[in-house]
Design a protein around this ligand. Sequence first.
Ligand SMILES: Cc1ncc(COP(=O)(O)O)c(C=O)c1O
Length: 210
Amino acid sequence: MEGDILYKSQLDENGCNKADEMYLNVGTPDNDALRRSVKMMATATKHRMKIEESEGNLFQYGPVRGDYRFRENLAKFLTDHYQDTVIREDLFVTAGATMGLAYLTTRLFPTGSTIFVENPTYYIAISVLRDELGMNIVPVFSKNGAIDVEAFEHQLESAGLESYVPTLARPFSSMLYLVSTFNNPTGISCPPGNHNHGCVGVSMSHMWRC
Ligand SMILES: Cc1ncc(COP(=O)(O)O)c(C=O)c1O
């Protein structure tokens, strides 16, 4: 393929490759952090390969929801860090957040469905939802960097969602895409507790019609 040069990374490919320059135009992990993770990955790989010698499951097609032990340990990790209960049964492994978003959306919503998004929100989410999946994107009202729950409720009331006829496979009339911790691009995290519950409560009462 023309232009298919041996680039070392996407940064390199974009010309962001000079050691004495700082690039703010792409969001990527810091190379120092990546170098520090080498030892950790090597230790984990050695440990897992030892198990593989007797099991032989890792390189097989995996379980649909993702590896049981991984989800079990991820649930413990998230419970610890969120300071809130996360259970293995609620976790589903994908090849990244963007794939998860695309998968969830296409499984639950037909093309043209209404997706409410914070304003501003992660720009790739908009292009995936609107341009790739053909969804109807509606920005929601915000106050002090977070969703204004009261205004959002009024918005939902006038969105015509009550005409949606739910099915067992597609029980939701619409969706709210919310990056509640370290929002991209604002970096703001929703205040814990009431605000998130407010967003979920208002969304559920208008979007879930089964
Ligand atoms: C909100 C948000 N979602 C998804 C991604 C990309 O995640 P992934 O590479 O896991 O698809 C980013 C990357 O910055 C992000 O900020």
